[in-house]
Design a protein. Structure first.
Lengths: 483, 474
């Protein structure tokens, strides 16, 4: 097994503290990460764009500001890698697609603005499954990303580049997007922390949409605390996103180490063997995690979320339906790729035929079909009913339990090419993560040991909406036990 | 025109879809300026250009305007959601239009025409406008054009689409409906409502049926109607086309057709084969609009008075029929009429003057001066010709009618004097008088003309005629 994971890494927290105090210079910190990228990026392919010069300029500014006595934000001098579906002003933003290969947005996403305002240094744009559609980062137009723990394995996806970047020591933190598990599943496969925040708690303004009602931006980090710090930086109301929650969140950090004494934790029985395809070793690790919580004073019980049986089906109607509409704008008229044709329609068709990869086309067709007159009620309409039913299931369970526990990914990282032939085997990767997206609740994947193949396994902590503080507390307890 | 120019046993059925551009300062989902006629592609941003990653945020003012329009059309204002209408077109930046579908803001209202007929309003919903495409080349259409240019300044401009029930039965009603709607929009100050500039766009759903039938037959939607006159012509053409088809044993197919003003006919647009499936679904980037009853109460309290109400008020004040005062209200002259009446003028005379002599406005004329003028005429101090002359001067320069009458030496000759003049004229022209008494009407003109000449126009023609007629019976 060919691993390039560094033995130890700095946390974002320690970098920011040392840069702010003048102990370390932001440029030195950056150069450390850039040299790791220089050494190993050709093996990993975590990035679509490495912003060496831009990052150096930012780091120099940071050092200048510190020298001038300024107090920077909680991410002072911290390099951050951004998934390539987040708009960066004047910097190409591809969403892993040929159709946007050279597109440069004229504006920054809200999260990018907030990271910069907090003192962070954008180090690059990370590889991803095209338009975030996939679970292995093999659907990128720019080649697959490899898992830093084993270069013959996938890093998961769709935010595989962001997960691999943190695992490979290319950046202490990164940002991804999660529509059906696209942060948590690669976090699990790459042995890092990954968070899908409450829907509406992080602005989607500037995120290239896949499925708008499910998409949520969130952090990757080496520690739960770092993830919480980044979440606090990027979160909060944004008037540019109408679905953004306006109430303020309590601090995620204050109670982080308070432990789980007295908390009621439910284990989702459907994801512990109730649904086929979840590997026994993953289930075993999840049970061990439950024991850790129990040892720390939490009450553990099995709970049932019956509608979780239909989540995968519902998701693969709702997400493609929204995607079919969201991706219409890539028509060759205004920006991105244009492949000419005799007529307007021909130009549209040629552009989309050449510009989109197979998985994207598959989902556009699925979604178009699901929304068509005559099929709407049978497919999209029914999927929405599952979604409502699922929300009722969760409400009921959360009336008795504080948080829920489940596996993140049904298996450890698989080999490149192993699952590309049959889309259905790929879709099953999302079975544990999709429920949180469908109901808009937060969930986190925390590394918790490894499988027989030596590859990382993550467990998932799910919490009610806006209850991230609780979620981070439980995750922090699991993290301490794992170390 | 009897039965809209249609054969007697056919009935015309029309429903109108009116798109109104709201006069908000900014667009529906972004902060770009909403302005007609600017340099192309200058009022644009990532949101209205639909750039990847951009998100819409709804303009509160546009929603308020929408609810005001709804209440003015007697609609119920509901919890509403936005929906995406998906279809590809270059002037639509996202290749979907944000509109409303199964849960529109306003439903179930009506519009009352001056004739008293109420036309049901099915819905009035909010949507965004598209950009504007200009096809450059000989044809002016997309097929055969050399290239096309798109201006996105209009993309994202707020629109209200007002859909009537198919309850319009005559071409006149269709025109009245649009006029009446314009009056309401202008009173609300929510749109400049100019049909020529496209801030009101009217599509007509036209069908016909045999008198007495209950079922509606196949309709065609007529687009590209840019004036009230075109609307009338297009409906008439389309109805006749349907009747011809039916009478030849054929029937029209449901389709969108474009009115060609030059040729005076409608032509098919998209054919039935590629009829669009818009795949509507709830817009996930926006949250539902949920007005509470208090908001609606405030809107109701602040509504201005509308043409239908103003017509009723003026009709009551003048003791005339609604239809007789409709034009005054349509011109917005009803306040002036009321003020003149309250200053002591006879209502019917006020309406007559406003209708016939003051269509272009009042200039410097005040209601008091106007009332004084009418009184002078009615008390025979002025002939009607004189009164009209003075009215013209009052509009030009203001002042009182008395001043102007004195200055210009305008004064009606009193009847005694006029009788003397007539008698003298009869005496000096016995031959003509004989012919007049013999019923030769054209000789009347001779007598009136002579009197007018000798009085330099100061005499009242009516009075002269009266005297002449009295003399024949004596």
């Amino acid at each position: 097994m060919n691993s390039i994971v560094p033995d130890s890494s700095f946390t974002a927290r320690s970098i920011a503290e040392n840069v702010q105090s003048g102990e370390w210079s932001a440029v030195e910190v950056l150069e450390g990460y850039l040299s790791q990228i220089t050494q190993h990026e050709s093996e990993i392919n975590a990035f679509n764009t490495v912003l060496e010069e831009e990052a150096r300029a930012t780091a120099r500014e940071t050092d200048k500001d510190i020298a001038a006595g300024k107090t920077l934000g909680p991410l002072a001098g911290v390099p951050v890698a951004l998934k390539d579906n987040l708009c960066t002003n004047g910097i190409r933003t591809t969403a892993g697609s040929r159709i946007l290969e050279n597109w440069k947005p004229p504006y920054d996403a809200t999260v990018v603005q907030r990271l910069s305002a907090a003192g962070a240094t954008v180090i690059g744009k990370t590889n991803m499954d095209e338009f975030a559609m996939g679970s292995s980062t093999e659907n990128s137009a720019f080649g697959p990303t490899r898992n830093p723990h084993d270069l013959s394995c996938v890093p998961g996806g769709s935010s595989g580049g962001s997960a691999a970047a943190v695992a490979a020591g290319f950046a202490p933190i990164s940002i991804g997007s999660d529509t059906g598990g696209s942060i948590r599943q690669p976090a699990s496969l790459c042995g890092v922390v990954g968070v899908k925040p409450t829907y509406g708690s992080v602005s989607r303004f500037g995120l290239l949409a896949f499925a708008s009602s499910l998409d949520q931006i969130g952090p990757f980090a080496n520690t739960v605390r770092d993830a919480a710090i980044v979440h606090e930086v990027i979160g909060g109301h944004d008037p540019k996103d109408s679905t953004s929650i306006s109430e303020p969140f309590p601090s995620f950090l204050d109670d982080l180490e308070r432990g789980v004494e007295g908390l009621k934790v439910g284990i989702i029985s459907e994801l512990m063997g109730g649904i086929d395809g979840i590997s026994p070793e993953v289930i075993q690790k999840t049970r061990e995690a439950a024991s850790v919580l129990s040892e720390n004073g939490a009450l553990i019980e099995e709970v049932s979320i019956p509608a979780s049986l239909y989540c995968l089906s519902a998701y693969y109607l709702i997400a493609p339906a929204e995607a079919s509409s969201n991706l219409s704008r890539y028509d060759g008229v205004r920006y991105g790729l244009r492949v000419s044709g005799e007529t307007l329609a021909e130009m549209n068709i040629n552009t989309r035929t050449e510009g989109f990869g197979d998985e994207v086309k598959r989902r556009i067709m699925l979604g178009t079909y699901a929304l068509s007159a005559g099929y709407f009620d049978a497919y999209y309409g029914k999927a929405l009913k599952v979604r409502r039913l699922l929300a009722e299931n969760f409400d009921e369970v959360y009336s008795k339990y504080d948080v829920l526990l489940s596996p993140t990914s049904p298996c450890t990282a698989f080999k490149l090419g192993e699952r590309t032939a049959d889309p259905m085997t790929m879709y099953v990767n999302d079975v544990c993560t999709i429920p949180s997206n469908l109901v808009g609740h937060p969930a986190i994947s925390v590394p918790f040991g490894s499988g027989n193949d030596g590859m990382p396994i993550g467990v998932q902590v799910l919490a009610p909406p806006m209850q991230e503080a609780l979620m981070y507390r439980v995750a922090s307890t699991l993290e301490s036990a794992e170390k | 025109m009897t039965n809209n120019g249609l054969k007697d046993d056919w009935e015309l059925i029309v429903g109108l879809e009116v798109h109104v551009e709201l006069g908000t300062r900014t667009k529906l989902f972004c902060g770009c300026v909403n302005q007609f006629g600017d340099e192309p592609n200058t009022n644009v941003c990532p949101v209205c250009l639909g750039l990847p990653g951009s998100l819409p945020v709804v303009n509160e003012k546009a929603v308020t305007y929408a609810m005001q329009i709804g209440r003015a059309l007697n609609c119920s204002v509901n919890r509403s959601v936005f929906a995406r209408k998906n279809y590809f077109y270059p002037d639509m930046p996202k290749d979907y239009q944000i509109s409303q579908y199964d849960q529109p803001t306003n439903t179930d209202g009506y519009l009352e025409l001056p004739s008293g007929v109420k036309i049901g309003i099915e819905r009035a919903h909010i949507e965004e406008d598209t950009g504007k495409t200009v096809h450059v080349g000989s044809s002016g259409r997309i097929s055969g054009s050399d290239y096309s240019l798109v201006d996105y300044n209009r993309a994202g401009v707020p629109l209200i689409e007002i859909v009537s029930n198919p309850e319009i039965r005559t071409i006149e009603q269709a025109k009245e409906y649009v006029e009446e709607l314009r009056g309401i929009l202008l009173a609300l100050k929510v749109s400049d409502a100019k049909m020529e500039e496209g801030s009101i766009r009217v599509d007509a759903n036209v069908s016909v049926r045999k008198a007495g039938e209950d079922e509606l037959r196949t309709r065609c939607e007529i687009k590209n109607v840019n004036s009230l006159r075109s609307l009338g012509r297009a409906i008439e053409y389309e109805a006749k086309r349907h009747i011809d088809l039916y009478e030849n044993g054929e029937s029209p197919s449901q389709e969108t057709r474009h009115w060609d003003e030059g040729d005076g006919r409608t032509r098919p647009g998209r054919s039935k084969e590629d009829a669009e499936d818009y795949r509507y679904f709830q817009e996930p980037d926006l949250v539902p609009l949920n007005p509470n009853s208090q908001m609606i109460e405030i809107i109701d309290e602040e509504l201005p008075s509308f043409p239908s109400e103003r017509r009723k008020q003026l009709a009551a004040l003048t003791e005339m029929e609604i239809i007789e005062v409709a034009l005054i209200v349509e011109r917005g002259h009803d306040d002036f009429a009321s003020a003149t009446i309250h200053a002591g003028a006879t209502p019917q005379t006020v309406i007559k003057y406003l209708t016939n002599n003051l269509s272009d406005g009042f200039g410097e004329l005040s209601p008091t001066a106007f009332a004084a003028l009418i009184q002078m005429e009615e008390q025979a101090e002025l002939t009607s010709t004189q009164a009209k002359k003075i009215l013209g001067k009052l509009v030009e320069q203001g002042g009182t009618p008395k001043e102007i009458a004195d200055q210009s030496g305008l004064k009606a000759i009193d009847t005694d004097e006029l009788e003397n003049l007539v008698d003298q004229l009869i005496a000096s022209h016995p031959e003509e008088w004989k012919r007049f008494c013999g019923g030769e009407k054209k000789v009347q003109g001779f007598f009136v003309g002579e009197i007018m000449k000798s009085t330099r126009g100061q005499a009242d023609g009516k009075v002269i005629n009266q005297i002449l007629n009295e003399r024949t019976t004596n």
